[in-house]
Design a protein around this ligand. Structure first.
Ligand code: FMN
Length: 198
């Protein structure tokens, strides 16, 4: 697998130019300041389904059961040493498109024929890094629900080291995050630090 020192940013909000988009762009801006190739991919621009459990990836080692927007994203995922996942909190969780994206990473697992099946990720052991982040409207962690766990657990299982987690509370209106200089600064710095780790 050819891995480059680049960062793939995944934006999982259905709302264009919203708070998650701005947060993601700011993180990537920080990474670019360290001269690292960093690009944003907004899942709403890709037409794809959640995993259908056809298990064709057991043989093919990539998803061939569905030919859709994810087919375009797989090469970038494999090539990028780091990822940034930003999902707004939707009903105590990541957005449906982030969950669908994560489920489609199932094709990177290798399973043994035991019950329960022993498994490993083909993206593991390659020093891959990830930064995860969410934006939510409320101010109590309880109202953010399981959003961060819903990204952290699968990212770790996939073999990524979670190097930073950013949680932004109290942002509802589209783009209001732009008015929060401290958050923007933190995001920029986190992007820089991620780049420096590659
Ligand atoms: C369908 C839906 C569900 C939401 N659920 C929550 C929630 O459970 N907790 C919360 O704090 N905010 C919730 N919000 C508010 C968003 O997280 C908040 O507006 C965020 O800033 C949206 O980010 P965006 O501009 O990137 O889309 C929800 C918004 C929508 C549209």
């Amino acid at each position: 697998m050819n891995i480059s020192k680049k960062i793939m940013g995944i934006g999982a909000s259905p709302r264009a130019n919203g708070n998650s988009d701005i947060l993601l762009k700011q993180i990537l801006k920080g990474a670019k300041a360290e001269k690292v190739d960093a690009a944003a991919f907004f899942l709403r621009d890709y037409d794809f389904k959640s995993c259908i459990g056809c298990e064709r990836c057991r043989k093919e080692k990539i998803c061939t059961g569905l030919k859709d927007g994810m087919t375009l994203l797989y090469p970038e995922i494999m090539e990028s040493k780091a990822m940034v996942w930003v999902s707004p909190t939707h009903t105590y969780n990541v957005t449906a498109m982030m969950k669908a994206f994560i489920d489609r990473l199932y094709c990177f697992y290798t399973f043994e024929d035991t019950r329960p099946r022993n498994w490993a990720s083909r993206l593991a052991g390659q020093d891959r890094k990830i930064l995860i982040a969410t934006v939510c409207e409320q101010v109590d962690a309880e109202d953010m629900g399981v959003t961060m766990e819903a990204m952290r657990l699968p990212a770790k299982a996939m073999g990524y080291e979670v190097v930073e987690e950013i949680v932004v509370f109290n942002k509802f209106d589209r783009g209001i995050i732009k008015e929060d200089g401290a958050v923007l600064e933190r995001a920029f710095e986190a992007g820089k630090q991620l780049a420096l780790l590659l």
